[in-house]
Design a protein around this ligand. Sequence first.
Ligand code: ADP
Ligand code: MG
Length: 453
Amino acid sequence: MFSTAQQEWETICQHLKNEYGEATFKNWFSPLVLVSYNEGLVQLGAATKFMRDWIVTNYGDKIRDLWQDVNPAVDTIEIIVKQTQSAPSLTKPQATPTTIVVQNGNETEGPNFVESALDSRFTFENFVVGKPNELAYAAALRVAESKTVQFNPLFLYGGVGLGKTHLMHAIAWHIKKCHPDRRVIYLSAEKFMYQFIRALRFKDTVAFKEQFRSVDVLMIDDVQFISGKDTTQEEFFHTFNALVDRNRQLIVSADKSPSDLQGMEERLKSRLGWGLVADIHPTTYELRLGILQAKAESLHTAIPKDVMEFLAYKIASNIRELEGALNRIIAHSTLVGREITLEMTQEVLRDLLKANDRRVTIEDIQKRVAEYYSIKTSDMQSARRSQNVARPRQIAMYLSKILTTRSLPEIGRKFGGRDHTTVIHAVKKVEELFSQDKEFAEDIEILRRTLEV
Ligand code: ADP
Ligand code: MG
């Protein structure tokens, strides 16, 4: 029963994605989970009360209609709050994850705190700096250390899980420690919007504005959340201007650069781009390795070098996932008393590794390598054996082996029907040259990286 409902939910998700677009889908629907299905009642779990309210108000009927199209037996959709992860909190930084299920409407309102909680682990000390994030790090540190406004706003942007929130919390911690007299407010754009909508509902917008008046540093995380929400944008714009006029520091993050924020008013976009715009690039292998080392050290756990390298190489999507992977193997090892090895890692992380499997195809690799060595792509399949063609072909075979999940015979077939032993030979040859010839190794590294992204 439940698995059928799960399939139905997936179908509905597809419809929602088509109808509202990737961004809205990602923000609102993909965090929903199917909780239960019983006698025509479907329960979906949202991560926060805010998310639940928003979905119920804006998309509740839509979800029900779609569900009835797929399965007419369903008559009620209930969205409940279901926190599956421990919320980072100041007082209990390492609280054990609990599952809190709150029924629709039964949740008691807490005190109306405008701020979001800060995670005690997100400090500058715990932030590993590398090429991809050095600008953002330097800018964040500068803002945290200086008493005067440097650039307004500081706009941090980058993909999911690359350290934006970490840097913002680090700024907040630093100021709280070194300049305790300065008032810092950190909040997610989601929370900003929620508070604002509440204030509107309770006709209390004056008090809402007052909250920000005495602030020295205001940080709003993930502003892409307010794109398309016109009144909230308007309010944000005014708050923003009022603070800039009073020479207060603003720090904003988003998943895109100001000019790429879709559904954002032009004047707001341009305002956001006024100060310093610092982007965080996708991670490199070196940075991932550095983060793993720092993390293992902080957990006082010795992890074999090959396991670290394997993880840094395989889990390239984002740092959150990388940390999750490390935590999982450590937890597994502690629980079942098993030594951490490469084999064990592959086994424990099978599902994650599959999801991270590079989508690069053998054709991509052949094309890229051919371009790099200025030969014809068709030479990847040809019978020609001259060195200037044979070597790039071997490199492409090697890269196909390490970057795809294709088997050796499959790889051989794609290279003009060669035997799998030819592929083995190519891989060996490339590895040999790799260790002997520094320039060659660099070439391969460059190729690998351009194919990785
Ligand atoms: P974002 O806000 O960009 O989605 P986060 O700041 O939440 O990403 O980072 C995701 C996780 O990765 C956090 O646990 C954070 O501590 C960690 N992380 C990100 N960048 C670094 C870094 N450079 N050094 C150490 N940990 C990092
Ligand atoms: Mg974040």
